[in-house]
Design a protein around this ligand. Structure first.
Ligand code: ARG
Length: 460
């Protein structure tokens, strides 16, 4: 036998070139699938034994040896070699080394094409569950802020211009909603991940009498994939996962940007925990929000990974093509990156402090109560367009005099519209404006309280 990869059959007259081995190896990254590979192999062997393709003694030897191999890999005792290409061949070779011909039977009715698809699905399934837990912890961190910041009013912005006043809790609930949608996407994606391709073999199925339902249920899959050509080529589940991760990264990045702004002197809304900030080597006063900047920056990688995957599979004919081996580095990187971001976002959300005095001292700026005033005029019977125009005029007067709307004189009000008078002051000011909201989903304190209760029930 020629040395080199066990996938080189008797047809080969030449050993593989070392440069191909180095170029083509995936063990340097797909070693992360070793647990899933062992699990899939044991399920496959159990099925082969039930179907009479292994004796029960052979199955027991295989199972025991695979468990030993798994623990050796876990302890870093298995040397990885390029000539064995990937984790699947490393484990199979180690099995054959131990068991000889019995080990040589494991790959019956199986190809690395369905094997890699299955291992990856098992791996992603676990990671999706872990990601869901992290997102839930982040939601809980925001929810506990809702209690802590219950009395704080913040400006809401559109176009990054002061718009209307909202409770701080309304902000935190907004983020809880976004991460809930991410969790729903994870769960939905998981349904399509949780399908068993094992038994599709290389691309056309097998002539051997396998039981695919048994393997699928051994591995906890919900369904058996119905077309072997599809399985051999399918990476939809990888792309979909990468998209869900990209969406989470987008949400984290937007939040990070917001809190970076809020932590500036210009805003002075929030104090970030110093243990997540860095200093400057030359400017002694600096406390920089690097963790948030990196969260924003690392999202670029996650978006790039999605793009890499989309381009990778574009235009591939059926069925397996070796290009598909390149799916793992971007997928793994997206999981690692988003997970690392979440692990820091959770304590930052929980431990940052709103700068309440600084926030309150400027709530009178920016006419946050102008829209409430307009809606008050509408309730007095003035048509919306007219009320909109009138309040615009009042804001103009207030801007000229550098005063709040509540400081305008009776004459100024009357000069704008005969029916306006000082009673308007009863509805002005951010506190009153917040209480005046009525609609479902608004920042009305009762609405916010109701949403907080709903989330407390849902998350705890
Ligand atoms: N290392 C390969 C990968 O990860 C395994 C599949 C190889 N299949 C094949 N027909 N060469 O994609």
């Amino acid at each position: 036998m020629l040395s080199g990869s066990p996938s080189r059959s008797g047809v080969f007259q030449a050993a593989s070139d070392k440069r191909l081995e180095a170029f083509g190896e995936s063990i340097s990254f797909d070693h992360r699938l070793y647990r899933q590979d062992v699990r899939g192999s044991i399920a496959h062997a159990r099925m082969l034994s039930k179907q009479g393709m292994l004796t029960s003694d052979e199955f027991e030897q295989i199972e025991a040896a695979l468990r030993v191999i798994e623990s050796e890999i876990e302890q870093g005792k298995m040397p990885f070699r390029h000539e064995l290409e990937d984790i699947h061949m490393h484990i199979e070779s180690a099995l054959i080394e131990r068991l000889g011909d019995v080990g040589r039977k494991l790959h019956t009715a199986r190809s690395r094409n369905d094997q890699v698809n299955t291992d990856l699905r098992l791996w992603i399934r676990d990671e999706l569950d872990h990601m869901d837990q992290l997102l839930k912890s982040l939601q809980l961190a925001f929810l506990s802020r809702c209690e802590r910041d219950a009395d704080v009013v913040l400006p809401a912005y559109t176009h990054l211009q002061r718009a209307q006043p909202v409770l701080a809790a309304h902000y935190w609930l907004a983020y809880i909603e976004k991460y809930q949608r991410d969790r729903e996407r994870l769960a939905d994606c998981r349904r399509r991940v949780n399908v068993c391709g094992l038994g599709s073999a290389a691309c056309a199925g097998t002539t051997l009498p396998i039981d695919r339902d048994m393997t699928a249920s051994e591995l906890g899959f919900e369904r058996v994939a119905a077309n072997s050509l599809d399985v051999s080529s399918d990476r939809d589940f990888v792309l979909e996962t990468a998209f869900v991760l990209a969406m989470i990264a987008e949400h984290l990045s937007g939040w990070a940007e917001e809190w970076i702004l809020w932590s500036t002197v210009e805003y002075s809304f929030i104090r970030l925990p110093q243990k997540f900030c860095t200093g400057s080597s030359i400017m002694p006063h600096k406390v920089n929000p690097d963790t948030l900047e990196l969260t924003r920056g690392k999202s670029a990688r996650v978006l790039g990974n999605l793009n890499t995957l989309l381009v990778l599979v574009k235009g591939l004919p059926l069925a397996y093509n070796r290009d598909l081996q390149e799916d793992k580095p971007p997928l793994f990187d997206s999981f690692d990156t988003v997970q690392a971001c979440l692990e820091l976002a959770i304590p930052i959300v929980a431990e940052s402090e709103l700068q309440i005095e600084s926030i309150n001292s400027r709530l009178d700026q920016g006419f946050l109560d102008a829209t409430t005033l307009m809606e008050h005029l509408i309730q007095q019977g003035i048509p919306q367009r007219t009320a909109h125009h009138l309040v615009g005029q009042l804001v103009g007067l207030a801007q000229k005099g550098c005063v709040r709307l509540a400081d305008l004189s009776e004459e100024q009000l009357k000069s704008t519209h005969a029916s306006l008078n000082l009673s308007l002051r009863d509805v002005l000011g951010v506190e009153k404006a917040v209480k005046a909201y009525q609609s479902y989903g608004s920042s009305n304190p009762d609405q916010v309280r109701m949403q907080m209760n709903r989330w407390r029930q849902q998350l705890q």
